[in-house]
Structure formats: structure tokens, C-alpha cells
Design a protein around this ligand. Sequence first.
Ligand code: SAH
Ligand code: SF4
Ligand code: F3S
Length: 480
Amino acid sequence: MSRIKTDIVTDIRLDSDKIIELKNNNEQFLIAKGRRKTYHILTYGCQMNEHDSEKISGMLTSIGYVETEDEKKADLVIFNTCLIRENAELKVFGKLGEVKGLKRKNPNLLVAVCGCMMQREEIREKVQKKFSFVDIIFGTNTIHELPMLIYNVEINKRKSVDIVDNTELIYEDMPKMRKFKHKALVNITYGCNNFCTYCVVPYVRGREKSRDPEDIIQEIKLLAEDGCKEVTLLGQNVNSYGNNLESEFTFAQLLYAVNEIDGIERIRFMTSHPKDLTEDLIKAIKECDKVCNHLHLPVQAGSNDVLKRMNRKYTKEHYLNLVEKLKEAVPDIAVTTDIIVGFPGETEEDFSETIEMVEKVEYDSAFTFLYSVREGTKAALMEDQVPDEVKHERFNRLLDVLYPIVLKKNQDCIGKVFPVLVETAEDDELTGRTEHFKLVHFKGSKDLIGEIVNVKVTDVKTFHMKGEIKKYGDTPLLKG
Ligand code: SAH
Ligand code: SF4
Ligand code: F3S
């Protein structure tokens, strides 16, 4: 598959002379201390960042580090940061303050800060000034440089900063240390071109680039061979996948292709932008048996006036029409969403349209956010910022409507049997998810982690369900 705008980089220089020297030093450390150097990553933000942290772990493992759960015991602490809302930023600054104490006790500790916050010059400068103990700063486009940055600090004794604002390059072949064996995150696009007026992502993640379908499929085939059962295809707007590829290849086509891969049993994707949800894609969701019966479709607001000022490029009528078509095509589909309360200029009437939207769609679940002013975005400059107390009051009213709907949706599951992919275990208490993305707790052996078992739902709350394992054939299996 040829491309026009992006180039693939496969040489990530893990075998350059300097990196070999660094690896040798780490082997010497092992001989001298009887243990490997350890790292601890604090990951903030979305699944993009979670997956970037898996790449950071992969890079560190390949130069001889091992992970530790205990930051106090780490030789290297990494902050993978997010700045989507103010509180994400504040959390990082608070935690950096705590790590300052660790660095004082152990001057050999290396501290690195990376991720979306570091893509903003003014925030980098704040970190360098207020937290001058930080040794390494890198960004969302320079993860592959981490070994060189460590080399600079350890061998050249120099603090290191490496940021690239925007890149046309896609780094394939970065080693990854996946958190789970049975489920995996797979990037399909990087960046975002949509410039919703409240959002910093296009500024910190650069322009949208699609990975080559062959690279994606090859990665998923290898995952399947390694025992992975569920993949989540990641992009800020997966529905516009393929836009920069020379030969036409749409997201719907990608779903059909992934659906063919032996061993993969579930396909999820995040995030779908309503403006680009095509009929073809709805058809693909219906026809691909491995695509889960769940769609996360962020609505953000119910008023056309607010949607326009958010630059979302769809109307509430269009959104409702999409949901109708989806439910027609896949009657038991679970629909979840993101909602922002208190966008600049949001009137009481606008807000009541958001409430109406929640009542009409009957979401299975929703992430609800108070609008947060982000410097550099268009919305930050809009007049009529909604006062905090009004935002909070509306937020609470939204939850009062949303939660009973979510609970009712869960109650509809009582007595039914769903296939559940077992994800974690604490003693004999297992936790997994249905195809609908509903969390279920039930008793069972931890050997079942990574297996898909049939679970009968016995009791539900707003945020989780309880159930019991049903042996195959006990109850007719409902496809979740
Ligand atoms: N690309 C995805 C979402 C990425 S950000 C999409 O378009 O749906 C995740 C969510 O954070 C957004 O859907 C939005 O609801 C919320 N968000 C983004 N910027 C925000 C801000 N400034 N204040 C409050 N919530 C925000
Ligand atoms: Fe942000 Fe909008 Fe892009 Fe999502 S689509 S990342 S909300 S600009
Ligand atoms: Fe994700 Fe936060 Fe960056 S939501 S893309 S980690 S700003």
C-alpha cells in the first residue's frame, strides 16, 4: 500500500553504539548490585497515553530495565501526562511535588516527564523552572528517543529535552510491553484534524495520520498468535481512518479485514466521531461478528447552537438519526457517550436539550465532564463563560437523569447470560466485560483470566453487575 503524506520509520536505533554502551552499563549495574535497574510509569489521560506507556515500557525493557509497582523503589520515574482538562494537569503537578522528596533522598533517581502536557512550551518551561530536578523531558512524537535521552543524562551528565511539535512520521516496530496478554490496544490513526473549539488534542498530538492497513493487520495477526483475544483500535476519530492513504481504504474496510483474523474474538474501537459515522460503517458493525455490540459515540451537547460553537459539525437531529439507524441495524447495541456541561454561552435551554438527548438515547453509560478552559483553544476566548456554580448545579442535574437510565439498562440484563472476557482476579473474585462493555464481577478460578465464559447476571448496580458462571449449555447463550 503506498502513501502520500506519511513516512514509516522502522529504524529506532536500539543498536547504535551509544545505546549498546548504555545497555552494557545496565548489565554492569546488574552484576554490581545483583538487580536490574527499575522504572515506574505514572500514566494520566486516555488510552492513547496508556498505549504510549506500553511503548515506553518496551523501549526500557529493551535496554535492560524492569518495571516496579513501587515508585519509591524505582531508579527511573516517568510521568506520562495529559492536559485535556485542568484537573488532569493539576494532578501531575501535585505528584511531581511528591517525587521531589524522593529525588532528595535518592539523587541517583532519574525523573522523566513526557506526554501531552510536554507538547506545550509554556508548560515545559513551568516544569523546568518549578521542578528543576526533572532530568528528561520528551513528547508524544519522541518516545523512540528515550534510550538516547537516558544516555545523555547518565553518560554525558546532561539534562535532556526532545520535543517535536508535529510530525509526518509514523514509528513502526517500536517494542511494546503490553499490560495484558488477552487484550490489546492498537493504534490506527495518530493526531486529530477536527479542532473542536474546547479541545487541546489537535495542538498536542498534531495532524491526523493513518497507519498502513497492512501494518495494522500484521500487528493484530501477531497479537492473535500470542493469545490475544480482544483488540481495541485506537484513534481520536477512527471513522476518518484512511484519509491520508493514497489508495482508498476506509475504517469499515479495516473492520472487515480485522474480522477475518483467526484467534481474535472481539473487536472494539475508540473514538467514533458522529460526523463521520457512515452507513457503510453501520453495515460493517452489523456484519462483522467479532465487532462488539457497543458504540462509544460522544455527543458532547444536545443543543445545535452549542454543537455549532463547539465545531462538532453535526446537529442533534443527525446524531439521533444515527442512533436510530444503529439500533435498527444492531438492536441490542449499547451506546455510550461523552458529555460536556457548561460550555461557554450554554443557556438553561441549551442544557435542557442535553438532558433531552440523554433521555431519548438512553445511554448505557456516559463520561460527563465540566467544561474546562484550555489555553490556546478557541473556546477559551469565547465570552459568556458559564460560572462554576452554574456548571456544578447543571452537572448534578445531569447525573440525576443519567444514573437511573444507566441502572435501568443494567437491570434489563438481570437473568440473562452473556459471554464475558475475564480480565482480572482477586482471590476467587473475577472481573470481566460483556461485549456491551459492562463490567461484571463473579466467582471463579483465576485460571480463567483471558478466557471468555458465560455469565448469568444476578444483581446490578449503576457501575457494575454481579453474576455467576454458567456451564456451556446450561442456558441458551445470548450474544451480549
Ligand atoms: N477524540 C475523542 C475524545 C477525546 S477527549 C472525541 O472526539 O470524542 C475525551 C473527551 O474529553 C471528549 O469527548 C470531551 O467530552 C472531553 N473534553 C475534551 N476537552 C474538554 C474540555 N476542555 N473540558 C471538558 N471536557 C473536555
Ligand atoms: Fe478533541 Fe474533537 Fe479531536 Fe476529539 S475530535 S480529539 S474532541 S478535537
Ligand atoms: Fe489523551 Fe489527554 Fe493527550 S486525553 S490525547 S492524554 S491530552
